[in-house]
Design a binder for this molecule. Structure first.
Ligand code: IVH
Length: 671
């Protein structure tokens, strides 16, 4: 295959797998197979100058640092919106609109979420992304094109031909799960966490090195247009515009809808407020726009904002309350973290009585003291957090909080390890708080997923002496009779629990690895470890050099994992798990990644091997074999007598080869 064909195929495959992973959440290939495709394209492009197309996914990982951001003058100014707080102000917006349009009938609005991120303007020329710029002062912004290329939801090339210049506007956002993970990692490294996803996204877009932006995993949601050439024909309504943007390849949010008149607007904002906590990203209100673009033109602009739109803002997510005390919580790795105990207060519709203070350094930096009036907020409307004290209200006798010397759960002297800010309880084997959090993590959803073993149940079983480490979960079956006698248990729930425990014995290896609670090993690293070492035994013998060889695993994680694996107590527990019947489903090894990420279809008669043998070869070399042809098929191997599958492949433009061609792909000596 010529390099340009291979590159084109790789680009299409990478885009397809990206979509499967991010948009449909149905990945077909492992992360490492994906990385292999990606690396191949990077290498191919590096070796063949001129091969990298302006829409190549390799542009998305970020480029080397730029010196300074240039300036960009927006073709159309980026204005802000007037705010409306509460129902009354929403109604008076509708009145202003109707008055200006001289109509008594209901106006049709498009109501949307108000994304809480930072706005970005993308300029496309003849369908290719040319420039991305921040809002700046509204007239001139900073050029952040390399950074924008790393955003999910920014097409590098529009999916349909659009001749001339087009500015697309939208919001850069960090999702709540990505934000939580970023802050967790920052705190673990002893750095200050971000106050909210918006700051984290803004910081990401300001990176001089776009590889760092890429690492922030930011999203872009399109919500409108800026300027455009007269050669571009754009829809005549906001609703039409949003579907058009979707067709062009942008990610558009699906919660927006048409509302006729003020009553429907009120219903919409109420619904959105209720929806807010369950959204995967932060919003701070709703944006209401007159749907008809002709009417928008008629309404026009004030100096700073359009008359045809308004931002309905939710009530503040910050509140004041009194800090009653600082408690210390022991996590599953023994890290002891400060927790604010608060006089219960409502923040954004939820009552909060505890909030994280992250770690000792953060606590000292914020210097909150018991008795202080403090500001609390729900950061990115997920985790409640103490922002800081109101110094003017500090009682004269408020004392500085000092770190505990001994573990609040087991009394062992705490330690602070080299290179870590965290203070830690070293009593891994018998600190009841550590055992409790280890077990609750082990049984949690993304891990062994044992339903019926919630936090309270774990506490109870620990007190009864029925549990003492994660392996003892698999001995609970011997206590069946006693369990049935327990308060609030009964036959059925005991049966359900024991069935759930039994079923968990064969969870996939990656979930088992994650469940072990190895420090710094999240779900993704667990997957990488599982597909590298393939079995529990393989993992137990892993050494630093092998670990650090895995892309995405740095020296710090590698040495932490190695130390965990070498620890005798950890080894004992893992062996005991196996002895108690846990058999993680092992990952089947591919011999190589020759066909990584590819799906092959065999049709017609083969001479040299049977269909089964040919398919087994594909799997052995990291690929997939399928029975039918679709646009996702990478290659069709057609022998004599091939019929409809061959026809379909030709129709869809899927590459076709014969048995000889397939043989030529295999490593020499395969047959
Ligand atoms: S349309 C003329 N739609 O809110 C301005 N803006 O205060 C038209 N925003 O800077 C903006 N979600 O960054 C629009 N669905 C949405 C939005 C949205 C968030 C931001 C935008 C703008 C700010 C306005």
């Amino acid at each position: 295959m010529r390099p340009e064909d291979r590159a084109a195929w790789l680009r299409a495959e990478i885009d397809r797998h990206n979509k499967l992973y991010h948009e449909q959440e149905k990945p077909e290939i492992s992360d490492s197979a994906f990385d292999a495709l990606f690396r191949e394209l990077v290498e191919l492009e590096a070796a063949n100058p001129g091969l990298q197309t302006p829409d190549s996914p390799t542009l998305r990982v970020g480029a080397a640092p730029v010196q300074d951001f240039g300036q960009h003058t927006h073709a159309m100014a980026m204005l802000s919106l007037d705010n409306a707080f509460g129902e009354a102000e929403l109604l008076s917006f509708d009145e202003r609109v109707r008055k200006a349009l001289e109509t008594d009938g209901p106006v049709t609005y498009r109501a949307e979420l108000k994304f809480d991120g930072l706005s970005l303007s993308l300029t496309y020329v003849d369908g290719l992304l040319k420039t991305a710029a921040t809002r700046g002062d509204g007239t001139t912004g900073e050029v952040v094109t390399a950074n924008a290329r790393t955003l999910r939801g920014v097409p590098l090339r529009l999916a349909k031909p659009v001749p001339g210049r087009l500015e697309v506007r939208g919001e850069v956002m960090m999702s709540k799960p990505v934000f939580a993970e970023l802050n967790r990692a920052l705190v673990e490294k002893g750095e200050s966490p971000f106050a909210n996803p918006r700051n984290a996204a803004a910081g990401g877009m300001r990176q001089k090195d776009s590889r760092l932006t890429a690492a922030r995993k930011l999203d872009f949601y399109a919500y409108g247009l800026g300027g455009f050439d007269s050669s571009v024909s754009v829809p005549e309504s906001q609703a039409g515009l949003m579907s058009w943007l979707g067709e062009l390849g942008f990610v558009v949010d699906s919660h927006g809808r048409l509302c006729r008149g003020a009553d429907e607007l009120v219903t919409f904002v109420d619904e959105v407020q209720r929806l807010r906590p369950s959204l995967p990203f932060g919003i701070d209100g709703a944006v209401i726009k007159v749907d008809d673009i002709g009417l928008q033109r008629q309404l026009g602009f004030n100096t700073r904002s359009p008359r045809w739109a308004v931002a309905y803002k939710f009530p503040s997510e910050q509140s004041f309350t009194v800090l009653q005390g600082v408690g210390w919580q022991v996590g599953r790795t023994g890290v002891v973290t400060p927790v604010a105990e608060l006089e219960p207060v409502e923040v954004g519709g939820v009552t909060i009585s505890r909030a994280t203070l992250h770690n000792l350094t953060e606590l000292q930096r914020k210097d909150v003291r018991p008795g202080d009036t403090v500001v609390v907020q729900r950061a990115g409307d997920v985790i409640p957090e103490v922002v800081g004290p109101v110094i003017e209200k500090r009682p004269p006798d408020a004392a500085i909080v000092s770190a505990p010397e001994v573990c609040p759960a087991c009394g062992t002297k705490l330690v602070q390890e080299e290179g870590f800010v965290a203070i830690r309880c070293p009593n891994k084997a018998s600190c009841p708080a550590q055992i409790h959090s280890k077990i609750t993590h082990f049984v949690s959803r993304g891990a062994m997923d044992i339903e019926g073993l919630g936090e309270k149940q774990v506490s109870r079983f620990l007190e009864l002496g029925w549990l003492n480490d994660v392996s003892s979960i698999y001995k609970l079956i011997e206590l069946r009779d006693q369990m049935v006698e327990l308060d609030r248990m009964g036959e059925q729930s005991v049966t359900n629990l024991l069935d759930a425990i039994e079923a968990s014995k064969v969870r996939p290896l990656d979930r088992f690895v994650f469940a072990l609670g190895i420090p710094l090993v999240g779900e993704r690293t667990a997957r990488d470890l599982a597909s590298r070492f393939l079995s529990v035994d393989g993992l137990l013998n892993a050494k630093f050099d092998q670990l650090v060889d895995i892309s995405d695993i740095g020296p710090k994680t590698a040495s932490t994992v190695e130390a965990w694996l070498e620890d005798e107590e950890n080894q004992r527990v893992v062996r005991q798990l196996i002895a108690n019947g846990v058999r993680p489903a092992e990952v089947e090894a591919a011999e190589g990644d020759l066909f990584a990420g590819q799906t092959l279809v065999f049709t017609g008669k083969l001479e040299k091997f049977s269909r089964d043998e040919a398919e087994a070869l594909v799997i052995r070399w990291g690929g997939k074999a399928a029975g039918s042809v679709s646009k996702n098929t990478s290659l069709v191997v057609a022998g004599p007598g091939a019929g409809s599958k061959l026809e379909k492949a030709t129709q869809l433009g899927v590459p076709v080869t014969d048995e000889e061609g397939f043989l030529a792909l295999l490593p020499p000596g395969t047959l």
